[in-house]
Design a protein around this ligand. Sequence first.
Ligand code: ADP
Ligand code: MG
Length: 454
Amino acid sequence: MSSQKLWQAVLGELEVSFTRAQFETWFKGTSVIASEDGYIVVGVPNIFTKEWLEKKYCQQISDSLSRIAPDIEGIKYTVTTVGGKVSGARDQIIAPIEAPVTVVAATPTPTQGANKKLNHRYTLDGFVVGSSNDLAFAASQAVVAAPGAKYNPLFIYGGVGLGKTHLIQAIGNEINRNDPSKKVLYVTSEQFTNEFLNSISGKSTKKFTEKYRSLDVLIVDDIQFLGNKERTQEEFFHTFNTLYEANKQVILSSDKPPRDIPHLEDRLRSRFGWGMVADIQKPDFETRAAIIQRKAASRGINLELPVIEHIARHHQHNIRDLEGTLTNILAQCELKDREPSLEFVNSILGAAAPATKRRLATPKMIIEKTAGFFDISPSDITGQCRDKDIVVPRQIAMYIMRQELGLSFPKIAQNVGGRDHTTAMHSVSKIEKLLEVNEELRSEVSQVRERVTL
Ligand code: ADP
Ligand code: MG
């Protein structure tokens, strides 16, 4: 078997034992680049992936490798440079994160006016995928592949700073990149409202109507603000129908699902659910870690794994804050001419903590909140009872420790009544598998996580 085939076979095995999000995040950009002295050399996009595969997933990978090719000694990882520069050049330390690219259009296109509000910094490539946002991401990819065809409208909802604007603008950017003749318009629902009301007072409603109803793609951000605005809702209803009937793509974002938006007409509410409704949850530990790594690397900084994990553990809430913290850390390193060591980062985070006033999740708190949610006592979780009513919450608590705190299996096992680490491993993977098929469990777990990270 060629090394390439061998690695494909290993990936095939790993794909079923990891969640889709984990697989996408850690294994997608890998390939075999050489084989030497009984080792295969696997190229990975960045140092962080390298460390993660070596340290975290080493066991699973080598198990799978020894099953498929017992004569191979092992795997070496090497960073290939496709993903860009990852060395720690100090002089780049306070360059803006993914600085907005100034796009100079070589030839003006007829859609230029319509597209000017899209921020080119938002791309699908720059969006880190994890279990909290993989559905929304996959739906976005599908819309880019065939606008207006399948998921229409695409409705993405989730809390503040979790990537909704990023994702819906990225869709607009990608559609436009594939076909610059497409008329894509991005507006917030307030802009839509103001423009509409101005068109009434300026007697230019016809122009307004023509503009909106001739689009190929209409993206409206924060659609929840349409609640209570009756006339605008009426107008939006007709815009929506015209576009929908012409198979034009509509993309909406909101802080809540259609059913929970107050004062929204029923006919709009039902239309918002006609296509695909996808949520974005708070990012789990792995996703937060991957985002930190990616954002630091894009500034030419290579953070060490313990530092990344420390920041990810400290920040459990939203990605905008996470980015802010990272900017702060990197700026202070520059200012004080220090390396971003664990100790230094710790001192910065420690100083910032009182301002955020948020309690950080701990294993103890996860046990308490999980027990509280399921109406059992924390000692049930750490105890030995094998009733299903107790076992499932216990497994959920372990899953959340893994997701929120990134704890190792022995640590999790130790916190949940000193069990064996294989129990923790089994519990976490059981919940992961169930979550993909069990809607009710998905909702329970997300409610508990919500309580833990509030
Ligand atoms: P929302 O619209 O949900 O309030 P934004 O889209 O404005 O959130 O995201 C806040 C910040 O976090 C943006 O800078 C965005 O690029 C970044 N961000 C959010 N999610 C991700 C992700 N999955 N990967 C990379 N960056 C992200
Ligand atoms: Mg937004």
